[in-house]
Design a protein around this ligand. Structure first.
Ligand code: CA
Length: 434
């Protein structure tokens, strides 16, 4: 097999030095063109590449793809075709866009294919059927357990034996750029005799990554850990918006519910595991305790080194970076998560979204939520405009960015960004009997 990444390849499209999208990336997404047509696309530098146009011009003919595969509002059908097809399409796009290709000087064809990023909208890349959110960072789970339960027993007894997760809602997965409304809900502080209802006063972000799945194997439901990554199409950045006051009151005993499902923002370009191959790194060791056999995996190369950061920009002001973390800190790898998720017969489908859980590093400054950064509001952070934050305020824009870098090659995700807007004015239903 050819190596997945040709470090020396160059595109004839302009790519700036710090671009997340060199020709070695070739991510997949869906764009809305200026003529309001939605098509599947890739991206090099600041140029979106219309895959529907490439297919119609015959450049994918040798791959014998289904007709109209890319003239759709989601990548699900393409993802359903499986890893060999993802690889063939990705390498064909790279071939077409390498200096000296058959396409380089076909100007009129290129005008049909290429769109400046500034002229299009990158929208939700998949129709997410099911959304699962894990809780796979040991540092995050320890911080939250210390705050809400007991620092001496911060991790619950199951945590080191299985990747803890819960089923979220796909209906409120939002494309980057869509505003998020402050939710209403119930909360009950320690001093409150009874619960109160109103807008959440502790809206938070959670810095996560998510993998988008392909279909599970035909005829057998558990996905063995050894081949789990064959069923992972790629990764996005994910902000799992959370209402901490609602969460703390509602989560017992079944876990997150309305504190989590009002909004989840994801970045628009799905970066494939093949593009991330040069940045594989070791997972933390799992010897004490050793996981059960179906979860055992060599730590070497099980994780991915992705630099992550979160910035807050108050309305009308410059942003301040409040967190720098890394995807490599995950205790449970993506392969372990997928193997565990399907071990009971649970089916996965093309376009399912599996969040990592908040990615916190070991030190302050690398914590992936305001809950941890400000220790539940006790230590507010200062922003560049002179204001402070315990949690997210109305008008704040939260932006997450991520990239991998090695030997001069940078593969990135762009960003996921959203502004928190004020709660709806809410009037209690009349209790009058008439
Ligand atoms: Ca989460």
């Amino acid at each position: 097999m050819q190596p997945l990444t040709d470090f020396t390849a160059q595109s004839f499209l302009p790519v700036s030095e710090h671009s997340d999208f060199p020709i070695q990336n070739i991510p997949f997404g869906v764009i809305e063109r200026p003529d309001e047509l939605f098509v599947c696309a890739s991206r090099i530098g600041d140029t979106a590449i219309d895959l529907n146009a490439i297919q119609q011009l015959g450049y994918f003919d040798a791959l014998e793809l289904p007709e109209g595969l890319f003239g759709q509002e989601a990548l699900n059908e393409f993802i359903s075709l499986g890893q060999p097809v993802w690889r063939a399409v990705r390498s064909r796009i790279a071939e077409l866009y390498t200096v000296g290709s058959e396409l380089e000087f076909r100007t009129s064809q290129r005008e049909e294919i290429e769109w400046p990023i500034a002229d299009i909208d990158a929208v939700l890349p998949v129709l997410v059927g099911d959304y699962t959110d894990f809780y796979a960072s040991r540092e995050h789970a320890t911080n939250v357990g210390s705050m809400f339960r007991d620092p001496a027993n911060a991790l619950l007894p199951n945590w080191l034996h299985l990747p803890v997760g819960y089923h979220g809602r796909s209906s409120t997965i939002l494309e980057s750029g869509m505003p998020v409304r402050r939710p209403h809900g119930q909360r009950k502080g320690p001093q409150d005799p009874t619960p109160v209802f109103g807008p959440s006063i502790k809206v938070d972000f959670e810095l996560e990554m998510a993998f988008i799945t392909g279909d599970g194997p035909v005829g057998e439901t558990p996905i063995p850990i050894e081949i789990a990554e064959e069923h992972i199409f790629g990764l996005v950045l994910l902000n799992d918006w959370s209402a901490r006051d609602i969460q703390q009151w509602e989560y017992v005993p079944l876990g997150p519910f309305l504190a989590k499902n009002f909004a989840t923002s994801i970045s628009p370009w799905i970066v494939t595991l093949d593009a991330l191959a040069p940045f594989r790194t070791d997972r933390p060791s799992q010897e004490d305790p050793m996981p059960l056999p179906y979860l055992q995996q060599e730590p070497a190369g099980a994780n991915v080194d992705v630099h992550l950061e979160v910035a807050i920009a108050p309305q009308g002001h410059a942003e301040t970076v409040v967190c720098r973390s890394n995807f490599k800190y995950m205790y449970w790898s993506m392969a372990q998560q997928l193997a565990h998720h399907t071990i009971n017969g649970c089916l996965i489908n093309s376009g399912d979204c599996m969040g990592s859980g908040t990615i916190s590093g070991p030190e302050k400054g690398s914590f992936g939520s305001m809950l941890e950064i400000t220790w539940n509001g006790q230590e507010p952070v200062s922003l560049a405009d002179g204001s402070t934050r315990s949690f997210i305020e109305d008008g704040d824009t939260v932006t997450m960015r991520g990239y991998s870098e090695k030997n001069g090659l940078r593969i990135g995700f762009g960003e996921v960004s959203a502004t928190l807007i004020p709660a709806l004015s809410w009037k209690a239903p009349s209790t009058s009997k008439n």
